[in-house]
Design a protein around this ligand. Sequence first.
Ligand SMILES: [Zn+2]
Length: 92
Amino acid sequence: MVAWVFFRQRWLHAYLVMMATMVVDLDHLLASPIYDPARCSIGFHPLHGWLPLAIYGLLACYLKTRYVGLGLLIHMVLDSLDCQMNLGVWSV
Ligand SMILES: [Zn+2]
């Protein structure tokens, strides 16, 4: 929806790049168990930390990396919403 609304002329490219940023969840492979529904990803997994989040924000500010940065920021917002809905917290 973000790709279609904000990047209409290159929406497919924007969409595919933003969807590809889901590889950030590979950092879950470092945790044990890999998936725990009672665990908040934000602040726990290495690529879901505050420093990476700041880097994603910077990436979103530059033209060449904006789709990557935006995709990662959207991912973090959705993960944080998941934490709030399931655990009542925004981050660890
Ligand atoms: Zn995630």
